[in-house]
Design a protein around this ligand. Structure first.
Ligand code: NAD
Length: 256
């Protein structure tokens, strides 16, 4: 079935975004709201999620905050059920929540390794599974946020667990996109390059030479704006991408 959602008309459709309280996730939430969608922000209880949702509601947007830690795997089915109960049948889901801890490979403890995998890989898979179960009856579109660190050895930062988790996320999107194609559930990944989120704002001040080195490896010669990542996610959630599943879309400013 070809969805008739266009990128400009997601009116009344329901989407959920993990890590929607900040950075790229917040840009995705805003982009979906701008197009008339109802959006669930799933984020940690101590995040800006509740605040952000209130601000967007005051602007007349249909947004609701849900307390959801994606590494609490057993809770994710209940979270998806609650979103559906409050907002209605779910059209799309974005597995965006992620952490990036710098650690030399020689120094990882099992706990530090598992922390990153628990959020970035286990949390992504089981949140996608929970929301896909809700889409089984009517189909939908899922986007998983990977990273350029999935394919490239980024530097000078060292975060082997992050790179490995994001490579797994990219391949998972391909696996699930094919496995669930017959259910009308499309799954794709977006792999962003260095994006100007709050954490990079701080890096620009604290370590401008590292930021310059990253920019030097981009052929567009700049950091990405979170809005540029959000636009690609909206495309993959919308009917404009109805023929696309199991792909990884690199939105990386030509990083090589
Ligand atoms: P960010 O730190 O600004 O936002 C991440 C959000 O995820 C926060 O709101 C945080 O509270 C939430 N979060 C963290 N752990 C969570 C958990 N266990 N459960 C639920 N929510 C949780 O980060 P960002 O830069 O916007 O990154 C968003 C995604 O994009 C991440 O997956 C990141 O790996 C990926 N990414 C970012 C960049 C970049 O340059 N910013 C580049 C490539 C990929």
């Amino acid at each position: 079935m070809i969805s008739n959602n266009t990128a400009n008309g997601l009116n009344g459709q329901v989407f959920a975004v993990t890590g929607g309280a900040s950075g790229i996730g917040l840009s995705i939430v805003s982009a979906l709201c701008e197009r008339g969608a109802s959006v669930a922000i799933l984020d940690l209880p101590n995040s800006q999620g509740a605040l952000v949702a209130t601000r967007l509601q005051e602007e007349g947007k249909h947004v609701q905050f849900f307390d959801a830690n994606v590494s609490e795997l057993e809770r994710l089915d209940d979270v998806a059920a609650e979103v559906e109960k409050q907002l209605g049948p779910i059209s799309g889901f974005v597995a965006n929540a992620g952490i990036s801890r710098v650690c030399a490979a020689m120094d990882y403890t099992p706990e530090a390794w598992r922390e990153t995998m628990g959020v970035n890989l286990d949390g992504a898979f089981f949140s996608v599974q929970a929301f896909a179960r809700r889409m089984r009856a009517h189909g939908g579109s899922i986007v998983m946020i990977s990273s350029i660190a999935a394919k490239h050895v980024v530097s000078p930062e060292t975060h082997a667990a992050y790179g490995a988790s994001k490579a797994a996320v990219a391949h998972l999107a391909s696996l699930l996109g094919i496995e669930w194609a017959s259910l009308g559930i499309r799954v794709n990944a977006v792999a962003p390059g260095y994006t100007d989120t709050p954490i990079l704002q701080k890096m620009k001040t604290d370590d401008p030479s590292t930021v310059a080195a990253w920019v030097n490896r981009t052929h567009l010669g700049r950091l990405l704006d979170p809005q540029e990542i959000a636009n690609s996610v909206v495309f993959l959630l919308s009917g404009y991408s109805s023929g696309i599943t199991g792909t990884v879309l690199e939105v990386d400013a030509g990083y090589r």
